[in-house]
Design a protein around this ligand. Sequence first.
Ligand SMILES: Cc1ncc(COP(=O)(O)O)c(C=O)c1O
Length: 384
Amino acid sequence: MIYLDYNATTPLRTEVLEAMLPYFQMHFGNPSSVHWAGRQAKHGVEEARERIAEFLHCRPAEVLFTSGGTESNNLALTGVHNAIRSKGSHIITTAIEHSSILEPLEALATEGASVTILPVTGDGRVRAEDLVAALRPETVLVSISPANHEIGTIQPIAALSRIARERGICFHIDAVQATGKMPLDVTSLGVDLLSLSAHKISGPKGVGALYVRRGTALTPLLRGGPQEREKRAGTENVAAIVGFGVAATLAAQELEATAAHCCQLTQQLCEGIVQRVPGAFLNSPTHQRLPNTLNVGFSDATGEGLMMGLDLAGIAVSTGSACAAGSLEPSHVLLALGRNAEEAKSALRFSVGRETTTQEIDRVLEVLPQVVERVRRAARKNEE
Ligand SMILES: Cc1ncc(COP(=O)(O)O)c(C=O)c1O
């Protein structure tokens, strides 16, 4: 079995599992309890907060634990909007964001917010001049992902955030796909809010964090308790938070080695596909791209058919983001690049990780040309 869908999720690391295990039984306390059992659990949560703070180069008090990237994005957008709507309610984002950004913004728009969606270039880059042109006196928030989940395009976040923050506008980044693949330093990125998710960095599912710069106004989404500095009520998922902290420390220690490993594998894959599969075209940019992500279209074939053909051979890839899996709609990210619906529907996303090997890529390059040919033949037969 070959797994090339690391952008959907990653395998849990043994070190992470081992760090989590005591918190299921031995250290079972509720971190809000003041007695010994509570203190043990609280210690685990606070140590993890310190690890995340070290990972982002921020203060531990600026890290809020959440149930994952989706909640962090919802909390950042809705929380800032609700806290400062009296100052203005114009929010700017881009056409290639994850659905956990676009859908909360659609909901805010129905409640009176005004939302501008910036276009991107053919390789998925946001232009600074488009951001400048979209700014209004009532703009209160800008949200742009530093690295796209489908094609891997990296944005010039420091330059974009400067434009917003010079005007006192909050800047949020959805760093879920960037985590562990590029350095994340909140000061050099110049951001006020940043979303993370543990399961993209070999941590457990259902836990994430939101960095909130000190002094940033944020209204909670979940109410009913004083946890997370009254910004996120509910008993903490202690074991998962502990695992997240360890996963972040390991990701930071191995960042360069993992990036170099992944870069070599995606290069091998890209060159092999271009050589062996006629009619293949690249949707990912050739530079300033996540080292582990490669999105390729295959003319006269459907990504869905190719994905299923590869699955039959034990190879897991995806047609786009995991949340859109099973959808027959073309990817909004690829449409925003200027691809037509047919081109967008022919795409496969390959995403590799620290456990992927050169031999696995060799195997994929052996199987893929046959699968593409089979899917194309079936499509021609259907047309006859
Ligand atoms: C860019 C991006 N943002 C947010 C999310 C959602 O994260 P989670 O699965 O932790 O809710 C994902 C997950 O695929 C993602 O790729």
